[in-house]
Each structure stands twice: as structure tokens, then as C-alpha cells.
Write a protein that binds this ligand. Structure first.
Ligand code: NDP
Length: 612
């Protein structure tokens, strides 16, 4: 096995994954097992690179000296032969010496980098030309890199193109030609990876090994505690419920119904209806395909439930055996977590999640080592995220509504129950309607599939999120029409913020050149992705969380103020999203470095304007 070539602390030139951009970086550590160097870019971004992607600084000396003289535009135009943005318009006259210099430079560039590239462009990013993104003079994006080499062939990625448009000073005449080149190349060349190559997870989240070990027991215990509390006449916090007999928690028939439900949803997922879309590029540049048919699954489920009700099936069976269903779902999610953990042991390293691959059993079991565990084209994580749990939540709510009517002998459900059911139905239908948007969320792009998501999707979501409806069955609450109207307005405001913020970001990530987003401004980053600084993402750094929290409050209010139990969801959700926001900030800081700091300066509040 060859020994490492570069020492810790050494300043070298590191290639940006998926491109031939070379930046000055410092080696911070080396992973003997994965043979990867962790390097830090000048703007703070940290990535893991292979040795072949690192060059000594001496091989770039010539270019560095060049980059310190003359204007960027002049330099790029004098050196470039490519049809890249830096290339002068065809027909522009050049002096013989310029032309000679150009040829020499090209030859040297190729020798220095040892890359068999047909055409190379070299230019330096200066403060002058970075001051122009979207015509916004006050927020500049200073790039500290000394030099960047661009290969014409590796530039079809639209996001890279956008950044180049922001940065490079070139004649407008070139634009049209460049557009043609890009559209031509886009069809030929696969999009290059923009995420880092997975390596061993070093920074442990969720309190590390002790934290995750605790959570594996604490999460199920919390669910059982909440369900037992809800069944009590007086669900005050300190009025602990008596523990049920163990044998009362399990019933084979209930487990059978749960399995039937899970596999019915799996069948709906596999139906060849709905479009197939690509996810974001993985670390190896590959894009997975996903079938978008969640809303059809929901409609089919609704039809199936309608048929059951027509044939007098008592849906309140769910209410009567609620705890047993929760136990069945928990047992199933545990088995699923074990399965995905075991299969991850044989998974190629590139398929492991950036955050769930620490080498510590408990931690990896909890966070999930594999990013996208699939059986053929059946994506376990994607399926569990939106189908059995989320649709199950709506069915449980409906069962609670019917149980309320039956137990309290009502001809129509209570106003509170109608509000809770309607608000949460809207939330679920929205998630399914906008199913594609989930492909850009942290759960899909960053987190592995382990106990956390399996339990979260299959147990926590359906059995904890339906707590308000469950509570209302045993604790009838009367609200007046004006109060109901005020709560409805609150829910609509939250929903509007939540939906428009998520759509804005999702559309921007999918197609930054979308004309509908032309009025939005963004900060370019070294990765080629932009960070929106106007619109919702210029209001607070996580406007979608703000909308979600407002809705969570609107879901609890119909339960009145007699007990804190129905407010568990909103309290837990604020904690969850504050923690999630901190995790996301950390990842974004690593990904975007200085650009992220500038974004934070520009948008100082995280979730709640003027508060947090
Ligand atoms: P987000 O959808 O908020 O995505 C965060 C990512 O967005 C960042 O990692 C970054 O990724 C990108 N981003 C951040 N800032 C900007 C910006 N200024 N411009 C453009 N892109 C930016 O994350 P979540 O997955 O946490 O949330 C998705 C939705 O799900 C939210 O509405 C949330 O409320 C909801 N949710 C609901 C839960 C529930 O239980 N009901 C639980 C968790 C979330 P990159 O740059 O790599 O694209």
C-alpha cells in the first residue's frame, strides 16, 4: 500500500470534485482506510479528496504569478483558446506576441497539470468582477482562490454556468455562442458531482454514541408515554399512567393489519403511474430515478377506505387498538433498521451517507449508514418518507373522527376535530402533491436510512402527529366559530409561508435559470450553487420552518388550554426544527464556507425574525 504523499498542514492545490477546478487548500488529515485527504479551502470549505486530485503548489507557480497581473478580463481573453466564457469573440484581433504567449501558456498549462485536456482557460476571480451578481452592488462575493482552471468539456452544468456568468468579464457577443455551446454539451455530458466524496463520519451528531443510544430507547418510550397519557381522563403531566400488562400490547391480528397496510402502500408505490424524475447528483455524479405517484397512492387509499366504510368496516378498530398498532409499527421499524444496517455492511463506500458512516455500531444504526438503500428500483427511504406513515396519519385521524362521533353519540364531528383533520389533511396532501420537492431535502440528500428515519416515518409521524385527534376523542373541546376562523387564518398564513418558501428553494435548485425566479437575487458559491438572498430566503434563513411551526400551533389550538398534552407536537417541533436548523447551518458552513457567512450576515435571523 503506498504511503501518503502530502503531510498534514501542507498547502497544496486541490481539485474540486467533479470538475478540474484547482484551489489552494491545506491538508488537515488523512484517512488511512479510505485513502482520502481531508483538505480545507481558503473559504473554510472542507472536503475529502483522493491523492490523484491533489497537486503540489509548485506545479501551479507559473499560473499564480500570471494571475497577479493585469485585469481578469484581459488575462482570460489573452490566455484562452476555448469557447468558454473567458474566450474572446472570434475574429477579435490579437497581436503576434499575444498569440505566441497564448500558445506557450496553453502548452505549459497542460504540462503543469498533466491533464490531457483539449482546451483550458485560466483566469483569476477578482473583487471587481465578483461585485456584479444579479446587479447587486452591496453584497459582494469575494473568492479567495488564487487560480481556477476550467475545462471546456466539464462545464455543461447549468449551475457552474450561472456562476461563470456572474464572475467572468466577457463581451456580450460571446453570450449567444456560449449558450449554443452549453445547450449542445448539456445533452452530451453527464452532470458532474458537486457533493463531497463520502468518507468516514468524524463529527457525530445527536449527542454522539451516548446520545443515539439514549434516543433509541427514549423515542419509543415517549410514544408509549404520550399514548398512555392521552387515554387518561386527566392527562396532566405529573399524573403518570399505570403501565399496561405486556401481553395487552401485542396482538397478531393487529400486526397482520399493519403488514397488510405497509405492503398495500408498497404495491401502490410500484404502480407504473406518475412521472419518473431524477434526484440531485450523488457524490459519484450518478442521479437516482424516483417515481412520483404519491398522490395517486393517496387517491387509491382513499378509495379503498371508502369501500371499507361502505361495507360497514369499523374504522375505529384503529382507535380501539391504537397502542397495539404503535407497538406493531415499532417492531417493524426495528426489523427494518436491522435489515438496512446489515445490508449497508456490504454497500460500496460511495453509497454511504455523509453523516451515518462513523464506524460506531450504535451511531450508524441510529443515523443509517446507507444513503439510498434500494431493493431493485424500490427505494426504502423514499417510500417510507411519504407513504405508509404519512398517509397512515390521515387514516388514523379519520378513525379518531369516527370514534369521537360513535363514543359521544354525535351526528357530526366536533368543530375542533374537523379543524384538526382538515389542517393535517391539507399538510399531507400538500406533501404528496409536491412529492418531487422532497428530493432536495436533508432527509433525502444527506441523512442515511436507519433507525431514526425508519422509526420516525413509521411510528413517530403517524402515532405522535395524530395526538391532537386522539386527545379530542377522550377530551371533547368546544370552540366557537370566531375562534375557529382565527385558527384557520393562522393555519393558512403558516401554510402560505411554508409552501412558497419550499417551492422557491426547490425550483431554484432544480432550475436556477427559471424565468419565474428572475427577480430573485442570490450569492454565488464555490460549489456552483447559489444561495438566495431575496424572497423568502432573504427574510429568515429557514422560512419553511417558520411556516411549519405556525401550522403546528394552529393544529394544537383547537384542543383548548385545559392540558399541555396536545401542545406536545408544537413544543417538540420547535425543538426539532431548531436542532435541525443548527445541523443544516453546520453542513452549509462546510459546503459554502465564506459564501455562507456572507449569507448569514445578509440574513441574520435563522427562523423567527427579530427573535432567533
Ligand atoms: P430545507 O428544505 O430547509 O433544506 C435546507 C437546504 O436548503 C440547505 O441544506 C441548503 O441545501 C438549501 N439552502 C439553504 N439556504 C438556502 C438559500 N438561501 N438558498 C437556496 N438554498 C438554500 O430542509 P429540510 O429537509 O430540513 O426541510 C424540508 C421541509 O420539511 C421544511 O419545510 C420543513 O419544515 C419540513 N420538515 C418537516 C418535518 C416534520 O416532521 N413535519 C421534519 C423535518 C422537516 P443545498 O444548498 O445543498 O441545496
Amino acid at each position: 500500500m503506498p504511503s501518503r504523499k502530502f503531510a498534514d498542514g501542507e498547502v497544496v492545490m486541490g481539485r474540486w470534485p467533479g470538475s478540474v477546478l484547482y484551489y489552494e487548500v491545506q491538508v488537515t488529515s488523512y484517512d488511512d482506510v479510505a485513502h482520502l485527504y481531508t483538505v480545507k479551502y481558503k473559504d473554510g470549505t472542507e472536503l475529502a479528496l483522493k491523492e490523484s486530485d491533489i497537486r503540489s503548489q509548485s506545479s501551479f507557480k507559473h499560473r499564480k504569478s500570471q494571475s497577479s497581473s493585469s485585469s481578469p478580463s484581459r488575462r482570460s481573453s489573452s490566455r484562452s483558446r476555448s469557447r468558454s466564457p473567458g474566450r474572446p469573440a472570434r475574429g477579435r484581433r490579437r497581436s503576434a506576441s499575444q498569440s505566441r504567449e497564448h500558445k506557450d501558456d496553453k502548452k505549459k498549462t497542460i504540462q503543469e497539470t498533466s491533464l490531457a485536456l483539449p482546451v483550458l482557460v485560466l483566469f483569476k476571480l477578482s473583487e471587481n468582477n465578483t461585485r456584479r451578481y444579479n446587479g447587486e452592488p452591496e453584497s459582494t462575493e469575494k473568492n479567495d482562490t488564487s487560480c481556477i482552471i476550467l475545462e471546456q468539456k466539464l462545464k455543461p452544468d447549468l449551475e457552474v454556468k450561472r456562476v461563470l456568468e456572474q464572475y467572468s468579464l466577457r463581451s456580450r457577443k460571446d453570450d449567444k455562442k456560449k449558450e449554443e455551446i452549453y445547450s449542445e454539451k448539456k445533452t452530451l455530458v453527464a452532470v458532474k458531482p458537486i457533493e463531497k466524496v463520502p468518507t468516514k463520519t468524524k463529527e457525530l451528531e445527536f449527542g454522539g454514541r451516548i446520545g443515539t443510544f439514549t434516543l433509541i430507547f427514549l423515542l419509543p418510550a415517549t410514544v408509549f408515554y404520550l399514548l398512555l397519557m392521552c387515554k387518561q381522563d386527566d392527562p396532566s403531566l405529573l399524573n403518570f399512567p399505570p403501565l399496561p400488562a405486556l401481553e395487552s400490547l401485542w396482538e397478531g391480528r393487529v400486526f397482520g393489519v399493519f403488514l397488510l397496510w405497509f405492503f398495500l402502500q408498497a404495491v401502490f408505490y410500484l404502480l407504473p403511474i406518475g412521472k419518473v424524475v431524477e434526484g440531485l447528483p450523488l457524490s459519484n455524479g450518478r442521479k437516482l430515478q424516483y417515481r412520483i405517484n404519491g398522490i395517486y397512492a393517496f387517491i387509491l387509499t382513499a378509495a379503498a377506505i371508502g369501500v371499507l366504510l361502505y361495507f360497514q368496516f369499523e374504522l375505529q378498530y384503529l382507535y380501539d387498538h391504537f397502542m397495539q398498532f404503535a407497538v406493531s409499527a415499532a417492531a417493524f421499524s426495528l426489523a427494518l433498521s436491522i435489515y438496512v444496517y446489515v445490508r449497508s455492511l456490504k454497500a460500496p463506500e460511495e453509497e454511504l451517507a455523509p453523516g451515518g458512516n462513523s464506524g460506531y455500531f450504535i451511531y450508524d444504526f441510529f443515523t443509517g449508514p446507507e444513503l439510498n438503500p434500494r431493493i431493485g428500483s424500490f427505494d426504502l427511504k423514499y417510500f417510507c418518507e411519504l407513504r405508509p406513515g404519512l398517509i397512515g396519519w390521515v387514516v388514523i385521524n379519520l378513525a379518531m373522527l369516527l370514534a369521537e362521533m360513535k363514543i359521544h353519540n354525535l351526528s357530526v364531528p366536533s368543530l375542533s376535530m374537523i379543524l384538526v383533520n382538515s389542517f393535517q389533511l391539507l399538510y399531507v396532501v400538500d406533501a404528496l402533491w409536491n412529492e418531487e420537492a422532497i428530493l432536495t431535502t436533508m432527509d433525502i440528500t444527506h441523512d442515511g436510512f436507519g433507525f431514526m428515519l425508519a422509526f420516525g416515518d413509521l411510528v413517530w409521524v403517524p402515532f405522535v402527529y395524530s395526538l391532537q385527534a386522539f386527545y379530542l376523542v377522550g377530551h371533547p373541546t368546544t370552540i366557537t366559530w370566531p375562534i375557529a376562523a382565527a385558527i384557520t387564518v393562522l393555519n393558512c398564513v403558516g401554510y402560505y409561508i411554508f409552501r412558497s418558501a419550499n417551492s422557491q428553494k426547490n425550483n431554484f435548485r432544480r432550475n436556477p435559470a427559471d424565468p419565474k425566479l428572475a427577480n430573485l437575487k442570490f450569492i454565488p458559491t464555490a460549489t456552483g450553487k447559489g444561495l438566495l438572498v431575496t424572497g423568502w430566503w432573504g427574510f429568515v434563513r429557514h422560512p419553511n420552518y417558520l411556516g411549519d411551526i405556525i401550522m403546528a400551533l394552529a393544529w394544537s389550538l383547537p384542543c383548548g388550554f385545559n392540558h399541555i398534552l396536545p401542545y406536545f407536537y408544537v413544543i417538540y417541533f420547535i425543538c426539532l426544527l431548531i436542532h435541525r436548523e443548527a445541523r443544516d447551518e453546520h453542513h452549509c458552513k462546510q459546503k459554502y464556507g465564506l459564501a455562507w457567512e456572507r449569507y448569514c450576515q445578509r440574513v441574520p435571523y435563522r427562523i423567527f425574525p427579530y427573535i432567533y
